[in-house]
Design a protein around this ligand. Structure first.
Ligand code: NAP
Ligand code: GCO
Length: 265
């Protein structure tokens, strides 16, 4: 059974993995035996990330490249191939959000979010997948969102990007599943990270919304998402293709809930 989730000898790249969901994912994949690489924009955050891995007695290869920049990404992946090995598991985790109403949002801001959250995964995957096709093996995990399904006010760019990433995931599947490459997505619900801190901390009213809309009645933790990534990175998911695995505490299953209704003692 342990062998099913053993990633020994595999090279995994987690983009934007210096904290939050990406860091939890990288640490778990390393615990499973993978040689983990993490890129980010900030050298300082990469150093902090290295420290977090070392606290767990784990190694990580860190490097700086911007997933929206094709030349920078190609250079970065070449560096990984020269220093660690060809990428077997790609977690397209890097992402941003800008919470601005549509009419107030500059088109440039809209484009920036799509660039990181939708074009970025395309750029990194295009550079990594040819080796997977040659080897007839690979795992690609795109970090989608419950906003791949729902909209909500102020997140038009983010939801558009994550909705697009859901369909990009399915299209990648159509083109590459025949080469034994499993392409899937993860759709986290509301997870306690830096990205959601502005709508979670300091008794923000959004907390009440998350609590009533999430049947599990809590914010998710980055590790909750990392466990799904381990499954999709492992042999256990070799016949799972084009699937978005929602890790959302049941929020997508739930129309709504009246506080106190049908609560058991
Ligand atoms: P986070 O804490 O904001 O981390 C995102 C990471 O992406 C950061 O390390 C960031 O680096 C990096 N990044 C941003 N732009 C980049 C670029 N151009 N090139 C390389 N790296 C870049 O976010 P998170 O909450 O852990 O979320 C991780 C992923 O899950 C994102 O795709 C997010 O959309 C998705 N997600 C999150 C939630 C949630 O509730 N938290 C729910 C659903 C989906 P810097 O810090 O240096 O900018
Ligand atoms: C928001 C949140 C969400 C989460 C996540 C939900 O402003 O609604 O940031 O977008 O980040 O994407 O799945």
């Amino acid at each position: 059974m342990k062998d099913l989730f053993d990633l020994t000898g595999k090279v995994a790249l987690v983009t934007g993995g210096t904290h939050g969901i990406g860091l939890a994912t990288g640490i778990l994949l390393a615990r499973a035996g993978a040689n983990v690489c993490v890129n980010d924009l900030s050298r300082e955050k990469l150093e902090i990330c290295k420290g977090e891995f070392q606290k767990e007695g784990l190694e990580v290869y860190t490097l700086q490249f911007d997933v929206t920049n094709e030349a920078d990404t190609n250079r970065g992946i070449t560096e990984i191939e020269q220093n660690v090995g060809e990428v077997d598991i790609l977690v397209n985790n890097a992402g941003i959000i800008k919470r601005i109403p549509i009419l107030e949002m500059a088109v440039s801001d809209f484009r920036t979010v799509l660039d990181v959250d939708l074009v970025g995964p395309l750029i990194v995957t295009k550079r990594v997948v040819p080796n997977m096709i040659r080897k007839r093996a690979g795992k690609i995990i795109n970090m989608c969102s419950m906003m791949s399904v729902y909209g909500r006010n102020t997140v038009a760019a983010y939801a558009s990007a994550k909705g697009g990433l859901k369909l990009l995931t399915r299209t990648m599947t159509c083109e590459w599943a025949k080469y034994n490459i499993q392409v899937n997505g993860i759709g986290p619900g509301y997870i306690a990270t830096a990205q959601t801190a502005p709508i979670r901390e300091g008794n923000h009213p959004f907390n009440d919304l998350v609590m009533t809309r999430t049947p599990a009645g809590r914010w998710g933790e980055p590790e909750d998402v990392a466990y799904a990534a381990l499954f999709l990175a492992s042999k256990a998911s070799n016949f799972v293709n084009g699937h978005i695995l929602y890790v959302d505490g049941g929020i997508l299953a739930n129309f709504g809930y009246v506080k106190g209704e049908n609560d058991l003692p």
